[in-house]
Design a protein around this ligand. Sequence first.
Ligand code: CTP
Length: 398
Amino acid sequence: MNVVVGITGGIAAYKAVSVVRALVLAGHEVNVVATPNALKFVGRPTLEAISHRPVHSDLYEGVTEVRHVFIGQAADLIVVAPATANTIAKLAAGLADDLLGNTILASTAPLVIAPAMHTEMWENPATQANIAALRERGVVIVGPDSGQLTGADVGPGRMAEPEAIVAAALRAVAERSDLVGKRILVTAGGTREPIDPVRFIGNRSSGKQGLAIAKAAAARGAEVTLIAANLEVAVPASLTVVRVSSTEELAAATTEAAPEADAIIMAAAVADYRPEKVSAAKIKKDDAESLTLRLVRTPDILSSLSERRTAGQVVIGFAAETEPDDAKRLELGRTKIARKGCDYLVLNRVGATEGFATDRNTVVVINAAGDIVSEASGTKQSVADKILDLLLTPWSDS
Ligand code: CTP
């Protein structure tokens, strides 16, 4: 595994040598990215001898190989030990004013940080808010331990022991690789039903939640096919994407890909009706005061995928409801899952200001019996991971 060990400027940097050594002895390729301040605490030759590789520190070295993004893109795991209060604040804000900041921003690998600082700095509300923000984004925080600090003082702030940091880091990777070997089909976005060559009936789905699921599944090792209906967000080049627009195209693409999938996640917002006739030319208003469009039902893709699902295949549907009352919304979900026949239904409340195009989401997941099996609230990325966790239970039994 390609591990980046980020070292920042705190006295505990001397213990980072043991973190590097343990990872090297465990057979990993370790690339040290040290901030200039870290190198005031621990020598470059020490780190290079222990890691058997050059230590990177300067943002403006290796520019021809675009090192500031390459190191992060190639990493399977990033461990920052020690992480100073300053570095933690920069990570929380997404700053990239040094090589380590750039490396972390350019990476989708699990990030494990080991804070080290004086107790007052650790307990400061600013640091605590930064830690909470990082944790919500899925960053693993190891420690700090409580004990003797650099001065005469004793308290929480000591960097966790190197063995504990390495163990937590390797665990984070193992947990993130829990979908290796699984093929997951995800639909995202919203379908558009053409009226004439310039108009369509669409919906407000941006595709953010579906894309977050596809990205999270790929990051956890799954082989992902994303069927994207008019996404308003960019799709990383690493994902296999089939672009569609109408419900008919979405139905054809999902039906074709479904038999190969271990799980199908229907996050796309699908039009229930389409214009019966699509005008070949732009519809003119002429003198008409009103216009009637006759709409006909589209096929229910989720119901037919559920009906035709293969042995062991897990099918997850979504239900966006405007009903504000939680209990009533749950009842709507129960009726819907019975009608759709899928294994799980992810229920979320939508409205003028909720659900669509935002970066956060709140969902409740029910199973075929109508019981609540999971609840998640937070970034669409963290909600995506919670939804993917549903897949682990049936597969661990099989
Ligand atoms: N869905 C589908 N095909 C359709 C309509 C919806 O596959 N023609 C899927 C969606 O992708 C979603 C689930 O069914 O996973 C529920 O979609 P939703 O729009 O909430 O439900 P509807 O079937 O449209 O039910 P209703 O209109 O009664 O809310």
